[in-house]
Design a protein around this ligand. Sequence first.
Ligand SMILES: NC(=O)c1ccc[n+]([C@@H]2O[C@H](COP(=O)([O-])OP(=O)(O)OC[C@H]3O[C@@H](n4cnc5c(N)ncnc54)[C@H](O)[C@@H]3O)[C@@H](O)[C@H]2O)c1
Length: 319
Amino acid sequence: MKRILVTGAAGFIGSHLCEALLARGDTVIGLDDFNDYYDPAVKRWNIAGPTASERFALHEGDIRDEDAVMRLFERERPDVVVHLAARAGVRPSIQDPNLYYTVNVIGGQHMLDACRRYPVSHLVFASSSSVYGGSTDVPFRETDPVARPISPYAATKRMNELQAHVYSHLYGLRVTMLRFFTVYGPRQRPDMAIHQFTRRILEERPVPMFGDGESRRDYTYIEDIIDGLIRCVDTPFRYEIFNLGESRTTSLRELIALIEKHVGKPARIDPQPLQPGDVPITYADISHAREFLGYNPRFDMDAGIARFVQWYRDQQTRE
Ligand SMILES: NC(=O)c1ccc[n+]([C@@H]2O[C@H](COP(=O)([O-])OP(=O)(O)OC[C@H]3O[C@@H](n4cnc5c(N)ncnc54)[C@H](O)[C@@H]3O)[C@@H](O)[C@H]2O)c1
């Protein structure tokens, strides 16, 4: 059984990871600053299950605070660190790039320094498909050139990959960088498209459709992401980058139709121009993750959206 530090523990992906690690018997230390990027009460609810476990300790703190990060490592001495805490979201990063650089890049640097000072077996670090920028050369491979990000958020994630490589090279820190492709499922961040569209269709409010509806995304169901993350928790690499996606794409128009089907109501589409920072397509080549991690995603969009909509309805009736 391992002692695993999960940063961003109260977020969408972090809370699912904490649950999965606790369920298999690990000890989990969660770190989160409960900021108001979205309602902190949602984050408290996300992490309510793990908080009830004796093998879970929750720390409220900010990864920008280097002393606080060091104190946490000194006290908790994790074996493995999964660093998910970050400012996520492309469009808000254009409004406030400084915030994204300080949290994602400086905060990421503090995590690397702490893992070096208080040696850990390895670090698993969240990157993003956004590092592929506006490329249409699909499917994206980990070996593709990724020097042309088109949003501050994407740039911070690419910087994280470079920072981590330096620490792997200079200090032998073992790091796995995971490029997540649009993750969805229960507890998905309320700012993300699937969550927003479901809410708006149910409330009979207009659904903004950016561009001509033909932009395509590789949407990855949360359980597949957690499976990939746990495989990385169990397998240290010197320095590896893995795409975690489903390796199939859905257009924006198809996505809206699928949500309409599961909600059982038509969408009132509100056409909008393409947004700065939006990429035309994401599409993961996952052969590297299949080969080295045994990653084998199982959820198709129809099953995944059905589960998301069911969860959405359940939590509406809970309130
Ligand atoms: N959800 C996706 O589709 C997706 C895709 C690619 C990459 N990612 C990455 O995966 C990670 C998790 O994403 P998510 O969708 O669960 O987002 P999320 O916002 O739900 O979770 C992130 C958590 O980190 C915490 N956090 C943010 N800044 C912090 C700070 N300064 N100190 C401590 N905690 C802080 C937040 O309070 C939040 O609970 C992020 O690094 C994100 O960039 C997510």
